[in-house]
Ligand binder design. Structure first.
Ligand SMILES: *[C@@H]1O[C@H](CO)[C@@H](O)[C@H](O)[C@H]1NC(C)=O
Ligand SMILES: *[C@@H]1O[C@H](CO)[C@@H](O)[C@H](O)[C@H]1NC(C)=O
Length: 501
């Protein structure tokens, strides 16, 4: 069966490869009494030795290239849970290094482990491009709480003791705090170390550029494992709250596109909910977020809750409006709550970048928001100028009507962009019934849309000050005629201006 050979041949070759790899491991050459692991790109090196005079202690040397903000070796486990981490990063003024012993019991940022007693030795410091820690563990060196994991101890007699390593991103991170928050690693891997040969040392091992793996072998290496979940969270939330939701607001205010508004805000809400779920999932990865007590998280919960409320209110108001042609209480709360919540959500974006130790991206977000505000401002000013010009033209036309055209028609104001700003007019329904009070200072042009030749500029100006819409108390919400019709009739009947005067 030749076919079988084809299958088996690669397996045999693989097996041979494996056996040669492992055959290299028991080093028979005369060696110093320590074991050294250096990862494949030389960014992290770790050496381990047990002193001749006290087998309950160990010397450790950790050397990490400063293209990484932090570097760490985890002992006693080939996986994150249950390992004891020896970690190094620059101290605050970058004059020396900070050494931080940590433990982790899951796939999340390790927490500071204060029971690991150690002293730092001469040789610790920043040397050119490397952070170096030389230390000696004094107590609680080989065991720590396992908390149900497979780790919790170093087997110093093992020829193949498990270890892992991790390297942080290049980032302006410096700290004196031993429990400071870290960013996700950009590279990690696992190795095996022969601890049995590292007994009987008489001094702490020294690591240099020339150090190579000795009595240790790289097992697996993973590169570029940034925190995809936290990135997804940021992208979904910014897309929804910074871009789509304000766009939906503009649709209603400038374009009166109610249906588009509804579709747009629903899509945005879906993005928010996705971002919310991913955000919660990634929160379990970091010490600072596991308890859900930070500003960013609390405000985030509130904003998401309010946005769901906004969605419900929008739907309820729409149904109410379709039935009665009236703006419901929800319709009055909805636009204002929307503005507040979106503002809060954008602010929370900034908090989020700080929380994720990504202030740089926060600045980019800031630039984006400022650009958007400018664009909106320009649009609104442009629209305002257009209106003002139309207003002037109309006023001029009233003074000098071209011969033969009826003044009423010329003086009529275009309907679409006017009316109570925002919601109700957008339906294209008449604004009947008790109207919402107009925001202060807003003039409804249809109040003086019934010019007669006798109205002078002065009169118009005096009308402008009287912006109270003429309420017709006799009209009950359900029974009155659409205002379109009223407007039409008032254009034919020039009583209205007299009423205003
Ligand atoms: C860094 O700190 C260690 C331990 O405290 C000390 O022994 C060493 O001299 C310091 N290095 C420098 C360059 O100050
Ligand atoms: C290594 O340890 C052995 C005893 O285990 C000792 O004889 C030897 O001198 C040590 N070598 C070094 C370089 O410390």
């Amino acid at each position: 069966m030749p076919c079988r050979h084809w299958v088996l041949a690669p397996l045999v070759a693989l097996g041979a490869l494996f056996s040669t790899v492992f055959a290299q491991e028991p080093d028979t050459r005369p060696h110093s009494n320590h074991s050294t692991f250096v990862n494949s790109d030389g960014a992290i090196a770790f050496a381990f030795a047990i002193p001749d005079d006290n087998p309950n202690q160990f010397w450790f040397t950790l050397r990490v290239h400063r293209s990484h903000a932090w570097g760490a070796v985890g002992l006693g486990s080939e996986d994150m849970p249950g390992a004891l981490y020896l970690m190094v990063y620059d101290n605050r003024d970058q004059s020396n290094t900070t050494f931080s012993p940590r433990v982790a019991y899951g796939y999340y940022e390790p927490e500071y482990y204060r029971d690991f007693e150690y002293e730092l030795l001469e040789g610790t410091g920043i040397y050119d491009d490397h952070m170096v820690v030389m230390g000696k563990c004094l107590r609680n060196c080989f065991t720590w709480p396992a908390k149900g994991t497979e780790g919790g101890r170093i087997n110093v007699n093992s020829g193949r003791e498990k270890g892992i390593y991790g390297l942080g991103p290049l980032e302006g991170f410096t700290s004196n705090r031993l429990d400071d928050s870290l960013k996700f690693h950009v590279q990690y891997g696992s190795f095996y170390m022969d601890m049995s040969r590292a007994h009987g040392a008489t001094r702490a091992p020294v690591l240099t550029d020339d150090s190579r793996s000795e009595g240790a072998i790289l097992h697996q290496k993973y590169v570029r494992k940034a925190d995809i979940m936290s990135t997804m969270h940021a992208v979904a939330m910014i897309l929804a709250i910074v871009l789509l939701m304000p766009l939906g607001m503009v649709m209603l205010r400038l374009g009166s596109m109610v249906k588009m508004h509804a579709i747009n805000q629903t899509i945005a809400l879906v993005f928010v909910l996705i971002g919310f779920g991913v955000g919660i999932a990634t929160s379990y990865r970091y010490q600072r977020s596991q308890e859900f007590t930070s500003y960013h998280q609390i405000i985030g919960f509130f904003v998401v809750f309010m946005l769901i409320g906004q969605f419900i209110m929008g739907v309820l108001n729409h149904r109410h409006y379709r039935r009665t042609h009236l703006l419901s209480i929800y319709g009055k709360i909805h636009p204002w709550l929307g503005r507040v919540v979106i503002l809060l959500g954008i602010m929370n974006g900034f908090f989020g970048f700080t929380f994720a130790l990504n202030r740089r991206y926060g600045i980019i977000l800031g630039a984006l928001i400022i650009a958007m505000c400018l664009a909106t401002l320009i649009t609104m000013i442009g629209r305002h100028c257009l209106e003002a010009r139309r207003h002037r033209n109309n006023a001029r036309l009233r003074h000098h009507p071209p011969v033969g055209s009826p003044g009423e028609q010329r003086g009529a104001w275009p309907q679409a962009p006017y009316g109570p700003p925002g919601y109700s007019n957008g339906y294209g329904f008449p604004n009947n019934g008790p109207q919402p009070a107009p925001p202060r200072g807003v003039v409804f042009p249809q109040r003086f849309d019934t010019p007669s030749q006798s109205i002078g500029l002065r009169d118009v100006a005096s009308n402008v000050r009287r912006i109270q819409p003429p309420q017709s108390p006799s009209q009950e919400p359900g029974q009155d005629r659409p205002q379109m019709a009223r407007r039409g009739s008032s254009q034919q009947a020039p009583e209205a201006p007299r009423e205003l005067l």
